[in-house]
Ligand binder design. Sequence first.
Ligand code: SF4
Length: 276
Amino acid sequence: MGAIFSVEEFSTFDGPGIRMTVFMKGCPLRCMWCHNPEGQSFHSQYVRSQNGCLHCGACLAAGGGILTADSISVCPQNLIRLCGTEISPEAMIQEIEGKLWMLNASGGGVTFSGGEPLAQPDFLMSCLDMLEGKTHRAIQTSGFASKEIFAEALKRCEYVLYDLKLMDSELHKKYTGVDNRCILENYRTLATSGKPFITRIPLIPCVNDTLDNITQTAQFMSQLGVTKVELLPYNKAAGAKYKMLGREYITDFDPSVPPQSHTEVFEHYGIGVKIL
Ligand code: SF4
C-alpha cells in the first residue's frame, strides 16, 4: 500500500505536456520553506481549513482537544477533512488509466511527487512498473534516498525533476534537517545517466540565493555537463497551510525579502535559466 495526499489531474508544471501528478505522503526532509507541509508526515492527518471558520470550538471539543474523525461531522462549516489516503498500486493505476489517452495525446504523462516519492519505494516502483509502455513516467524528487533506490527509480521513469537546495552540507542540514551527501551523489548519477531531467532550485531569500551558494551550484552542475536550470522564487504563501495542520510557520529568514536569482552566474557557466 502507498500513502498519498493529493492527485492533480491537469498539471502543466510537473514535466512535459499535461500530467497527472500524484502527491505521495511522507518526506525525510523538513525544509524551512516547505509549502506542502501536509506531505511531510507519512500518516494521514485531520486538517482544518481557516476560511469561514466560526471559531466555535466544536471540532476540538468533539475530539477531546485534537481533530479526529468525530470533528468532521460536528463542524457547521464543513471545514475538517482527512488529508491522506492509503491506496494499493493496482487501485492507483486504475485511477490513472482512464486519463491516459488525454495525457498521452498532450505529450504528457504521470509524475510522482510528494512529499518524497522515493521514501515509499515499494509503492513507487510498483506503480512505475505498471505504467511501463502506457505513458511517460516522471518523478519529482529531492534525491534524498539510497543510491540503490535511486537507481531502481531511474530505470523505471523517462524523466526526473530534481531539486537542488544548498551545496554547503552544514547549511543543508540546518535548513532541511538532513545532510546533502546522498543528494549530490544521486545527482551525479542522474547527470551522467543520459536520462532526460531538469534541475530545480527553490530560491530562498538569504538562505540559498547567496552569490556563494549559486556559484557553487552552477560550478557543480557545469562540471557534470548540465546546461539548464529552473529557478523557483520563494512562494510567499508557503506558510498558509501550517495553520490548517495546527502548526506554526517559523523561519529564520525574512519571507518578505525578494530572492536574488543571479542568472548571470548560471549563464557564465553555460547554464540556461528559466524562472518559474
Ligand atoms: S467546528 Fe468548524 S467552524 Fe467551529 S471552530 Fe472548528 S473548524 Fe471552525
